[in-house]
Design a protein around this ligand. Sequence first.
Ligand SMILES: [Fe+2]
Length: 568
Amino acid sequence: MNILGLNYYYHDSTACLVVDGKIAVAIEEERLTREKHTAAFPQKAIERCLSVAGMNPKDLDAVAVSIKHSKDWAKKAFYVLAHAPSVRPFNAQGMATNVGRQAGFTNWYRNTWPKDGPKVYSVPHHGAHAAGTFLVSPYEDAAILSLDGSGEWATSFIGQGNGSQVTCFSESFFPNSLGSFYETATQFCGFRPNYDEGKTMGLAPFGDPEVYGKTVDRMATVDAEGAIKIDLSYFDYQFWGSQRYSQKFIAAFGIPRKGKEFETNHKNVAAAFQKVLEERALNLCAVLRKRTNSRYLIIAGGVALNSVMNGRILREAGFDDIYVMPAAGDNGTAIGAAFYVYNSLLNQPRVFVHDNPFLGTSYSDEHIAKVISECKLPAKRHDDISSAAARMLADGKILGWFQGHMEIGPRALGNRSILANPTLPYMKDKINAEVKHREAFRPFAPSVPVEAKDKYFDIIGESPVMLKVCPVKPHMRDLLPAITHVDGSARLHTVSKATNPLFHDLLEKFGALTGTPVLLNTSFNVQGEPIIESPEDAIRCLLSTGLDALAMGSFLITKNQLTEMSMR
Ligand SMILES: [Fe+2]
């Protein structure tokens, strides 16, 4: 059975193909259109999914979408219209956008199948987040925590998964939203709400969470049933206006960041909101611990990208382990919708664990050689590309690493990565200044073979999709300055031979040369752009940044060779 899963209604538009209960391919539209977080209809992603899988639209048995137009969706619209007369023109524009997105789907469907198309299943947004994550987890039974800004109307989902079914204990509803609560702090700190929450998380350790702690603590509560309540007097997000904080918020926390510099109040706001988010998530976990006997927890929704929160839940919530899928945000709802239909609605057995994020396009050496030749670039072919790459990294070079199938989700996990030696004290500033051009305070993440993780990091279990933050062992922090954050933590990526043998081999070879099998791993892009997808994207990034070399398939292109070529 072939199910096309789609997220077209929220940001991070995505398409995936689930074939007989397994993901065959999943691609975010942004990687193909190069518009980061695009909410455009995922036309290119659909076409690419079908092409990679060797299918035609007539091969599809069902289409599953992660939006259900119900009375809940209408409730949200009426709430906004009723409560914000002064911003009605903006809301009308928002409504028009939503209608346009739905029309985009309808037009695509009618154009693709003028008659007799596959059945369309509409899955509620949080159902797609929650059930989708549970159904691809390694657990037969698990507690479920899903948090985001909002879907149709719900902002949270707490429940339990068992076998192919999911039970919801309680939901919270817009505007009582922990996601929107945190997005407001993101905007106050001068970042883009709904997109840059990772920057707020990275800024938080520079502030003191106690300065505004009591005020922020009172702004968000969780009751014994798991209902979230927000003191809306501090917020304006509920009106869909462009400014999410109210005058009362400014009176409490000072002037929002407008320029480049961070003032103390911005750092303290980030710290307090991060701490309260973690504590409310722990409150919700306590409700789940009372309601279930589950040993495991799955965390879903955009808030699940807060890897510091996930790390704290792992350490403190009392579950044996947690699972977060690599595309925990709205991109993953395309996958969730498809699995919800296959397992829960059609009652098919679960046969798949989503432990491998490499679900996108791959390019053959022949294709890569053709692109390099067309660009008239010098390149050397290596039978053992990881040995050649490890030598460059050991020499302190910054390397673009383009191998195999592209990752799904926001983290580069060793197939579209920029890599460097994390033991060099200057490396973080060098990559920020010469390659990534991003804020200097933001930390870089480490990748380590799973067998070596306990030597360098304090982590329970594994962190295969880089969505858990853990302490770097105190005596290893000086050895790993480029990946140790100011509070001694790191957003860890553990690499197994089974999931990514080539990247695992590179880490081992780098370890053999340097004595430390840990690499700095950041996404292969420059600030503001999506992660690269194709060989052409990789070459563009090589030539427009301070990357020293690009290892693409079996080929190594170095800037030294380019310099020699230009001198001839
Ligand atoms: Fe969501």
